[in-house]
Design a protein around this ligand. Structure first.
Ligand code: PMP
Ligand code: GLN
Length: 385
């Protein structure tokens, strides 16, 4: 049959995880924690299932969870969305991204994405019959491995067909974060247009070195035209539960919900009850998440300095990019395969995050959302390179 997604194969995350299993490699590839979820969350989930919350919850998410998300947003960012009209619970950030694109992007329109970008963006755009316009990250003079956006370059790609701009901070795969200056630049770019912003903020609570997360939600002129997406999988160490949410103004949320209701209709009910209880009961969990991961980042980076891999700066998220050019001249796909098969450490190459990967770039992504023992085992192997 004719394919609708000619550029799509099996995702690099599945490919590398399978290779890691086959070769008994330490898996620092696919991004997921190997430590437990907060004990209280498991108790709340168990309680919810025993209490009989096992049938379809409301399409938009249970009111208690939408209220908890609204209150948490106000606590963290000083602005409270309307829990009924502006917050929708989804089956992970992936569903939210898909729904947001399909809610507003029409066939023949264009969506600007900044490369490298997370792999689910472009297929959602293409299935809508639209075109992804790829703008490379990297400010002029920012060096070979800079992931700062060049907003003038973005401005130059805007056409009358541009319907959406997608941003991601903290950024997967680089860990780069957007600052207040970027938010002002985006506001300037979008002023006077009807371009919708999609902000992927799944790593919102994982920001380091005392910086604050510059969410779109802090900026009225941005949030009034934005879908802001987050994921409980990242914040609560439970990527397999696939629960997330989208905050958007009432008119955008109404369109978003039209897609959501025919895509999944609703999302895993027991977890909605568990998160509603957890967010209110233990706000310190997400308040301390940055410190928790910062300690892991610092320890892992110090260890990497005992290897030939050169770590790049990591302002946020739970991925460490390393330059491997002192070890190998293989391209990144071949290098990650070789590292997994021959040295027993699985990593993620960067090229699958690009439409046109930069020639000669020798970078791989390592996930440090792991127990110390896992990272120690990986470092022991990486020291032999
Ligand atoms: N966006 C980014 C940047 C991600 O890294 C991920 C997950 N790895 C997602 C979206 C999808 O999140 P979820 O698992 O909640 O669908
Ligand atoms: N977001 C995860 C990562 O970047 C992968 C999620 C997936 O496997 N789809 O590693």
């Amino acid at each position: 049959p004719p394919t609708k997604l000619p550029r799509v194969g099996t995702t690099i995350f599945s490919v590398m995880s399978q290779l890691a299993t086959e070769h008994r490699a330490v898996n620092l590839g696919q991004g997921f924690p190997d430590f437990a979820v907060p004990p209280r969350l498991v108790e709340e989930l168990d309680r919810a299932m025993r209490a009989g919350h096992n049938q379809y919850p409301p399409m938009t998410g249970i009111p208690a969870l939408r209220r908890a998300i609204a209150a948490k947003t106000e606590r963290c960012y000083g602005w409270r969305p309307d829990a009924d009209a502006e917050v929708t619970v989804t089956s992970g950030a992936s569903e939210a991204i898909f729904d947001a694109v399909h809610a507003v992007v029409r066939a023949g329109e264009e969506v600007i994405v900044l490369d490298p970008c997370y792999d689910c963006y472009e297929p959602a755009i293409e299935l809508a019959g639209a075109t992804a316009v790829h703008v490379p990250l990297g400010a002029p003079g920012g060096g070979p491995a800079s992931f700062a956006p060049d907003w003038d370059r973005v401005r130059a790609t805007i056409t009358p067909r541009t319907r959406m701009l997608m941003i991601n901070s903290p950024h997967n795969p680089s860990g780069a974060t957007l600052g207040a200056g970027d938010m002002a630049a985006i506001a300037g770019l979008l002023a006077g247009t009807d371009i919708v912003l999609l902000a992927d903020e799944v790593y919102e609570h994982i920001v380091f070195d005392g910086a604050r997360h510059e969410t779109v939600l802090r900026y009225p002129e941005l949030r009034e035209r934005a879908f802001v997406v987050s994921s409980f999988g990242k914040t609560y160490h439970c990527t397999g539960w696939k629960l997330g949410y989208c905050i958007a103004p009432p008119a955008l949320s109404a369109e978003f919900r039209k897609v959501h209701q025919y895509n999944t209709f609703c999302s895993f009910a027991p977890a909605q009850h568990a998160f509603a209880a957890m967010i209110d009961a233990e706000p310190e969990h997400y308040e301390r998440l940055g410190t928790f991961y910062e300690a892991k980042r610092d320890r892992f980076r110090a260890q990497l300095l005992t290897t030939k891999l050169q770590p790049l700066p990591v302002p946020g998220g739970y991925f460490q990019l390393v330059d491997y050019s002192a070890v190998s001249d293989l391209d990144d796909l071949a290098f990650c395969r070789w590292l997994t098969v021959e040295h027993g450490v699985a990593a993620i190459p960067l090229s699958p995050f690009y439409r046109t990967p930069p020639a000669g770039q020798r970078l791989a992504r390592l996930c440090f959302a792991k127990n110390e023992a896992t990272l120690d085992a990986a470092i022991e192997r990486l020291q032999k390179l």
